[in-house]
Design a protein around this ligand. Structure first.
Ligand SMILES: C[S@@+](CC[C@H](N)C(=O)[O-])C[C@H]1O[C@@H](n2cnc3c(N)ncnc32)[C@H](O)[C@@H]1O
Length: 298
């Protein structure tokens, strides 16, 4: 899927390769371990994906490139990391971004200027998420689709799990709707610092608890009304049973971070765990799925 972390303005080193589709997870994991600040894969022809990764140093990029070269069937786009100075990003970061409208939310990158706010924001819950290293500014289709699906499902008083919180955007959104408690988890401790700032800035620190880890970090015996997870499809499939076991009867999950080609696989894993499809949304190739278990909903 798309990068788990956003690139920041400045100079980076890019590595690119075409890979067999079955090597996708291996490549993303290896690039992460090599210190990539962001990586992505997109379908590129029969059973192949185009993989791109970004690094902050030439040395880390060289390690990433070597790791890709070692994958069977990999075809490197260049024999050395490509240095990229993207002034456009510097300009883009300085320029106010148009609000992202999703569900009952408007996501902005800075506090709105009263004169410039405009009618589109009226009646919407405002989320102010500045660009940072953490994924989740509202610009990515998967975040937008999750905001839509959670707007329709989260009720005041709900207790929720947010797996892969990134900037904290989805946990903050749920708290703004009135969720009583959100346990927001991420395997990357660096993004939790960003999430903590965003949570505090939205005045929801009393509702959102941030912790390092994945679904295992949710205490056994505690049950939740719903889970939100915008993470890689492999983790969604692998974690389906464990997350489902933490949900109350009638509980829901909002799942994104995967492409149409992987929808069946994700949907089947959650159906086997007892949660059936309730809604699905698409933005281009990206999918967000809402599933629910049987039982009365709170
Ligand atoms: C695509 S971002 C989503 C951020 C935000 N929730 C959103 O929807 O915009 C995925 C985040 O999940 C984290 N992550 C990836 N795999 C995870 C896992 N198995 N458990 C918990 N967090 C995970 C990454 O570190 C990253 O911050």
């Amino acid at each position: 899927m798309a990068s788990d972390r956003l690139r920041v303005p400045g100079t980076w080193y890019r590595v690119r390769a075409s890979l067999p589709r079955e090597a996708e997870d291996l490549a993303l994991g290896t690039l992460d371990r090599a210190g990539s600040t962001g990586s992505s894969t997109l379908p590129a022809g029969p059973r192949r994906v185009a993989c791109e990764a970004w690094f902050e140093s030439a040395a880390a990029a060289a390690a990433g490139l070597a790791a890709l070269r070692a994958i069977e069937g990999a075809k490197l786009a260049t024999e050395a990391p490509e240095p990229v100075t993207d002034e456009g990003w510097l300009d883009a970061a300085a320029r106010p971004r148009p609000p992202v409208l999703a569900g009952r939310f408007a996501v902005l990158d800075r506090a709105p200027d009263a004169t410039a706010a405009g009618p589109a924001l009226v009646g919407r819950e405002l989320l102010v998420i500045p660009a940072s290293r953490a994924f989740g500014t509202g610009e990515h289709p998967t975040t937008r689709l999750c905001l839509e699906l959670l707007s329709e499902r989260v009720r005041p008083g709900h207790e929720l799990l947010d797996l892969g919180t990134g900037s904290g955007i989805l946990a903050i959104a749920a708290a703004r709707i009135g969720a009583r408690r959100v346990l927001a988890l991420d395997i990357d401790p660096a993004v939790l610092e960003v999430a903590a700032e965003n949570v505090a800035a939205h005045g929801v620190a009393g509702q959102v608890r941030l912790a390092a880890g994945s679904w295992h970090a949710a205490a056994a015996g505690t049950l939740y009304d719903g889970a939100i997870a915008n993470i890689h499809r492999t983790a969604l499939v692998r974690g389906a049973r464990a997350v489902a076991s933490r949900l109350r009867p009638g509980g829901f999950a909002v799942l994104s971070g995967f492409l149409r080609a992987d929808q069946d696989k994700v949907e089947r894993a959650w159906a086997r765990a007892g949660l059936a499809r309730e809604a699905v949304r698409y933005d281009g190739e990206w999918v967000a799925l809402a599933v629910r278990s049987e039982g009365a909903t709170r």
